[in-house]
Design a protein around this ligand. Structure first.
Ligand SMILES: [Zn+2]
Ligand SMILES: [Zn+2]
Length: 462
């Protein structure tokens, strides 16, 4: 019987993860993510899904990030009525992230329709709504790490800790027919060897085929020790100059890394002199999910009996009023807010208030895509535009690397090295330059048969 994978997204690019698995007569989707970033990529989300949703028997999801999960509401609305299997914590994170994604699509459509009306154009409907996203949540089935589960006849799945964000998994697929066993391993997004919170990625020793992410296939991250030293210096400088510290941050993963590092280095970094604001309802909810799943990591940074991070001067501001009250603080505030690339969210209000002050410090801890406000700050722009107005940048802008949730080239090579039988590997989730650099290393060092997966390509496991 057939056992195959067809690459339907995240080929030669980082987003839009979608793979079709054929196991005998059954069709299973692995991931159903959104294309994100450039507008021509995002336009692809509006095209018909390349599979008939009603013909899909089950969905497997490696983790909650929207580029892996974001088209599940569409799939369900268009007729998929099977189960979606993923790790328990991923279910909890999707319960926050998918409705939020639906809400953002609604708001986006509303904003575009306002402009379209003025131009006399017909109105558009959102890709999906918050209600669509809520409806798909009933299909989710939480699974423990390392537990093997048969999802369609002959095909079993096992989720292994990928160390990337809470609940993130390496997905191992085992197809058994006629006494024969074939194994396909998808890395999902792999974490780093020295992630502050998450455990290192679990390894697998055998497979017939490996599908490997390659986001940082051409890069080595800065080590954590240097990163921490930089953080300490920035906080000391900001205290001396009497300004605020602004940290644009992704709600899931990076924010919890920061909370953990703050609680761990509390004394050393002089944090008692500051008020730390977590100014993002999404990040607050995601932090609660982390608190409820303390068994999935070893880092300790929550009060024993509560969902509160162990930081006495942490203020978690949910309401817009509480958020606006932070505007009155001109010094002594460390403000963590979204969005991570400053493309929206509350961080923009804080930037508006602080960018003009030479004593303010903006700390960039995450990847900033080309064309975003965050990227302009990283590139040293002297002025930036928000809501149509220009603002001078007099604040210090620091870029602190080394906190990535993605493994670098060494992490990816090490992970592949654990396969004793050197299975053929297909690279996904990477820009072409990163993929070529990683492919070269894998061939040189591991003698692996490497291919860069192409859109629509089908690989049969013989
Ligand atoms: Zn991810
Ligand atoms: Zn990803």
């Amino acid at each position: 019987m057939t056992f195959s994978i067809t690459f339907l997204g995240a080929t030669e690019q980082v987003t839009g993860s979608l793979y079709q698995i054929n196991a005998g007569d059954h069709v299973v989707l692995l991931e159903c993510g959104m294309f994100q970033g450039r507008s021509e990529d995002e336009a692809r989300n509006y095209k018909a899904l390349p599979v008939d949703p009603a013909a899909v028997d089950a969905v497997l999801l490696s983790h909650a990030h929207i580029d892996h999960s974001g088209r599940i509401p569409l799939l369900v609305r268009q007729g998929f009525n099977g189960n979606i299997y993923t790790q328990h914590a991923t279910v909890a994170l999707c319960e926050i992230m998918l409705p939020d994604s639906g809400f953002l699509h609604e708001r986006d459509a509303e904003w575009q329709n306002k402009k379209r009306r003025q131009r006399g154009e017909s109105h558009i409907t959102p890709l999906y709504t918050k209600a669509d996203a809520e409806a798909c949540l009933t299909r989710f089935r939480g699974v423990d790490y390392d537990h093997e589960l048969e999802i369609v006849p002959g095909l079993s799945v096992r989720f292994l800790d990928a160390g990337h964000i809470l609940g993130a998994a390496v997905v191992e697929l085992i197809y058994r027919d006629g006494g024969r066993e074939r194994r396909l391993v998808f890395s999902g997004d792999l974490g780093t060897r020295d992630s502050p919170v998450m455990r290192p990625p679990a390894t697998v020793s055998e497979a017939d085929c490996v599908v490997l992410e390659s986001t940082y296939g051409d890069r080595l991250h800065r080590n954590l020790v240097e990163t921490l030293a930089e953080f300490r210096q920035v906080i000391a400088a900001a205290r001396e100059e009497g300004g605020n510290v602004l940290i644009p941050s992704f709600a899931v993963g990076r924010t919890q890394d920061l909370l953990y590092l703050f609680s761990k280095h509390w004394d050393e970094w002089g944090l008692r002199h500051w008020t730390i604001y977590l100014d993002s309802p999404m990040a607050i909810q995601a932090t609660e999910v982390y608190a409820k799943h303390r068994d999935l990591y070893d880092a300790k940074f929550f009060e024993t009996d509560t969902f509160r991070p162990r930081l006495p001067n942490l203020r978690m501001t949910r309401s817009p009023e509480e958020s606006m009250a932070i505007n009155r603080e001109t010094s002594g505030a460390i403000i963590i807010a979204g969005s991570g690339m400053c493309t929206g969210g509350r961080i923009r209000h804080h930037l508006k208030n602080n960018l003009g002050r030479p004593e303010s410090h903006v700390v960039i801890v995450g990847f900033q895509a080309a064309g975003t406000l965050g990227r302009r700050l990283v590139d040293g722009a002297k002025t930036v535009t928000m809501w149509g107005d220009e603002y001078a940048v007099r604040a210090h802008v620091h870029t602190i690397g080394g906190l990535s949730a993605h493994g670098d080239q060494k992490d990816l090579l090490d992970w592949y090295s654990s396969f004793r039988n050197r299975p053929p590997v297909y690279l996904v989730h990477g820009e072409p330059a990163a993929q070529e650099a990683l492919a070269l290393k894998l061939r040189d060092h591991n003698k692996a048969a490497v291919s860069i997966a192409k859109l629509g390509q089908r690989v049969d496991l013989q």
